[in-house]
Design a protein around this ligand. Structure first.
Ligand code: FAD
Length: 377
């Protein structure tokens, strides 16, 4: 790329690497800064797997974003040759009045999504590893699947570089300052002057932009891997991703990716923390709810955790994202507060960020994600 960068992307995790890829794909001169290496394990995007699904219980407004995200993940897969998406189908399980089931039903009905309703008996017949309480049901969605987050981030950053973006790894952005003329970025002791900056620093956001960050709560989330008795029964073509709301927990899990274990975790519920001081060790108390869920609701999974990892959510007060300018000047944009459900959307969020950075608007409905919605009146 011969011109000076017009856009700086701060943080090349899920959202930043996707933004850099989308900018570079449009021929926009851009530079991305990452304090570690793309695909590292200290932020919000590690741990081998992420769920992608279209039938969205968190809000039907996410359905068009999920559809577009699937197209872009497939494009990434084609262009990079990296295996980032495995289609497994998805099961949303719970009592008929649970958040997972009512929200999923609302999404499938509003958008006419293909799905199947399965009662407990049908679930036992088709998915014998799951044990349901008598009144529970499941909604099966075919397109859902597993994303490989570390590979995906590396592939997006590499694709951005191939298309001409400058990728600076091992470089921490120390300061960003927005003026009427542009944004000044200080990174690795050098100053860069750009037209626009995209701040995608994940759980570092509360420290990086304290004004916006005071609305956010970073939580410590534990993932656990447990051995399986029969790998074939938990293979991606037999065992769809699932979210099971039971006993007021939302537990979720994946098919086996290593032929020996499956990954299970509990959504939300992690304790508040700070990325700079978080306890990254896993303790027996962290694993107890996961083991209890497995003992009660899964057959063929040995309730002994053989591997575990801590990851971080960055939560907004309403659980919805923060996407948009940080001030009226409109030169600095934040992509943050993904509240534990952002990964699947990364490429479409990158596309939205590229729209906003280049033409100042997007066809996607992003007003609902306005970062200013939490500003004091
Ligand atoms: C346990 C767990 C399970 C999840 N499951 C799902 C799921 O199944 N499906 C789903 O869709 N989502 C899921 N999520 C949420 C999803 O992973 C996150 O929403 C998403 O990864 C957030 O991406 P990000 O780009 O905001 O943050 P990150 O990927 O953490 O990226 C931020 C980057 O900024 C860099 N950075 C920070 N400060 C600086 C600086 N000053 N200079 C340079 N670089 C900097 C960091 O090093 C980091 O690489 C899950 C999250 C967790 C923790």
């Amino acid at each position: 790329m011969s011109r000076d960068p017009a856009v700086a992307v701060v943080g090349l995790g899920a959202m930043g690497s996707a933004t850099l890829w989308q900018l570079a794909a449009r021929g926009v001169p851009a530079i991305g800064f990452e304090q570690f290496e793309p695909g590292h394990d200290r932020g919000s995007s590690h741990g081998e797997s992420r769920i992608i699904r279209t039938a969205y219980f968190e809000g039907e407004q996410y359905v068009p974003l999920a559809r577009r995200a699937f197209e872009l993940w497939e494009r990434l897969q084609r262009e990079s040759g990296a295996g980032v998406l495995i289609r497994t189908g998805g099961l949303m399980i719970g009592a008929p009045g649970s958040e997972v089931v009512t929200g999923t039903r609302h999404s499938v009905e509003t958008h006419g999504l293909a799905h199947e309703m399965l009662d407990a008996e049908e679930m036992v017949r088709r998915y014998p590893a799951h044990r349901l309480d008598g009144d529970e049901v499941a909604i099966l969605e075919e397109p859902a699947g597993v994303l490989r987050p570390e590979r995906a981030i590396r592939a997006m950053a590499a694709r951005a570089a191939e298309l001409g973006a400058l990728v600076r790894t091992g470089v921490t952005v120390e300061q960003v300052e927005e003026t009427d003329a542009g944004v000044s970025v200080v990174a690795g002791g050098e100053r860069y002057q750009v037209d626009q900056a995209v701040i995608s620093v994940g759980p570092w956001l509360p420290a990086f932009l304290p004004g916006l960050g005071r609305n956010l709560t970073v939580t410590r989330q534990v993932m656990a891997w447990l051995p399986i008795a029969d790998p074939a029964a938990f293979a991606p073509d037999r065992f769809p991703i699932f979210i099971h709301e039971a006993d007021s927990h939302q537990a979720y899990g994946f098919p086996t990716l290593d032929g020996e274990t499956i990954k299970i975790a509990i959504h939300r519920e992690g304790e508040a923390t700070d990325v700079r001081t978080v306890d990254r060790s896993v303790h027996p108390a962290d694993l107890a709810p996961i083991r209890e869920f497995v003992e009660r609701y899964l057959d063929g999974v040995i309730p002994t955790v053989v591997r575990s990892q801590v990851c971080l959510y960055t939560n907004t007060p309403d659980g919805h994202f923060m996407i948009g300018p940080v001030s009226d000047r409109g030169r600095m944009m934040v992509l943050g507060g993904f509240s534990g459900h952002g990964f699947k959307f990364a490429p479409v969020i990158g596309e939205i960020a590229a729209d906003l950075a280049t033409v100042g608007r997007t066809l996607r409905l992003v007003a609902q994600f306005d970062p200013q919605r939490f500003a004091a009146p």
